[in-house]
Design a protein around this ligand. Structure first.
Ligand code: GSH
Length: 226
């Protein structure tokens, strides 16, 4: 299996939260794969064979699958004898939408200038133009005003802190899709930013430590791109 992923200026460190969802799913199912590292400006050409303009793309034999959700669904169907990722398929699908606007969007604004500092020079112009259009201000303005989006992010994390005060994983006895998707978001920040997102006594911090050990410990090994 081949997984196309997004890397920063260090080719060995992938940082896309969507690719991380797939890596965690592959580890959950204990499936072997190799990665193909891509910079932002290489994605379009490299993935034209898959008719995709975003990573992740997974190639498994003759099957070419794009979009992280579709890939995880594919893995569940193609490898039913391996541990199950979804405890409830519909709840997992809903979760994608639930974390997009309230969490991924404000976190993106919080760390967007940090991401800019760790991507390859070849990607800088593309990233600046596309992301400034998306956030409606310059990267420098976003860096200066990050506290506002950071407090939105923290406020929207409260239900998860409350949940993890009582529970170990969203998947029940062990991690499932929702754990992977939320944790992947923290891995995105871990690879790109020095900002401390959580207090030490936040129940989410203890859950992240559990997730660092889950899925063969792949997330726990992730370092920031220097
Ligand atoms: N819904 C897609 C989103 C994937 C996505 O947005 N990937 C980003 C990297 S985090 C990407 O490839 N962006 C390419 C670009 O901005 O040109 C999925 O879940 O796979």
């Amino acid at each position: 299996m081949k997984l196309y992923e997004l890397v920063g200026r260090d080719k060995n460190i992938g940082f896309s939260p969507f690719v991380w969802r797939v890596k965690l799913a592959l580890a959950h199912k204990d499936l072997n794969y190799e990665t193909v590292p891509l910079h932002f400006t290489e994605i379009k050409d490299a993935l034209s064979f898959a008719n995709a303009s975003t990573v992740p793309v997974l190639v498994d034999g003759n099957n070419i699958i794009s979009d992280s959700w579709e890939i995880v669904c594919y893995l569940e169907e193609a490898y039913p004898d391996r541990p199950c990722i979804f405890s409830d398929h519909h709840a997992a699908k809903l979760f994608n939408f639930q974390i997009g606007m309230p969490l991924l969007a404000p976190l993106f604004r919080t760390i967007v200038s940090d991401i800019y500092s760790v991507i390859h020079d070849m990607d800088k112009d593309y990233f600046r133009t596309s992301r400034e259009a998306r956030i409606g201000c310059t990267l420098e303005e976003a860096a200066k005003d990050y506290e506002q989006s950071f407090s939105t992010f923290k406020a929207n994390l409260v239900p998860y802190s409350q949940f993890f005060r009582r529970e170990q994983y969203m998947g029940g006895a062990g991690p499932g899709y929702q754990d992977h998707a939320l944790y992947a978001m923290f891995l995105w920040a871990r690879a790109t930013s020095d900002k401390k997102l959580l207090e030490d006594d936040d129940p989410l911090t203890a859950w992240i430590l559990r997730m660092d050990k889950a899925c063969n410990g792949i997330g726990g090994k992730l370092k920031k791109i220097e």
